[in-house]
Design a protein around this ligand. Structure first.
Ligand SMILES: O=C(O)CCC(=O)C(=O)O
Ligand SMILES: [Fe+2]
Length: 160
């Protein structure tokens, strides 16, 4: 099953959420058009100030942030799927601080590394990983591909 989403450059975000138990716990997300920065979050132990979703508090500092380039695919599975949340911040541009020999490039205001900085391919984005700068978003199209759990179970049964 695939879901197509369009993000306009001015309204680009999706709040921290889990994709939930209705699906087989792996999702592939294809990005087209614009880059974005995709963040994974964890729940906080105890309630002390994070954003609250369904009564649980979310640590506002992502545990993992990746730059999704146009024509890229990211696959979320295991704990990142089943016990963490994911989100795209509702911002028009991503401000990146320069990486150097000891420190990776970071999302400037969050101070979190771009985990896949060394896999970035688009020349402007590569330059920004090394020099720092602003990645301006444009319209982004995303395709999320997943298996509905019941169908996945039936397929496994049929293979026996
Ligand atoms: O647009 C994206 O890359 C993420 C979409 C998403 O998280 C979802 O549809 O559940
Ligand atoms: Fe999602």
């Amino acid at each position: 099953m695939s879901l197509a989403l369009i993000y306009r450059p001015d309204i680009q975000g999706i709040m921290p959420h889990e994709d939930g138990p209705a699906y087989f716990p792996v999702v592939a997300t294809i990005s087209l058009g614009s880059h974005c920065v995709f963040h994974y979050y964890q729940y906080k132990e105890g309630a002390d100030g994070g954003t609250v979703t369904g009564g649980r508090s979310i640590d506002p500092k992502p545990i993992l942030s990746v730059l999704l380039e146009p024509r890229s695919v990211v696959i979320s599975e295991h704990a990142l799927y089943s016990s963490h949340l994911h989100a795209i911040r509702e911002i028009e541009e991503d401000i990146i601080t320069a990486g150097n020999a000891t420190t990776p490039p970071m999302v400037a205001d969050l101070g979190v590394p771009i985990a896949n900085w060394d896999k970035v391919t688009e020349p402007d984005a590569v330059r920004i990983m090394f020099e720092g700068g602003v990645l301006k978003r444009s319209t982004r199209y995303s395709l999320t591909c997943r298996d509905v759990e019941k169908v996945a179970q039936l397929k496994a049964f049929m293979k026996r």
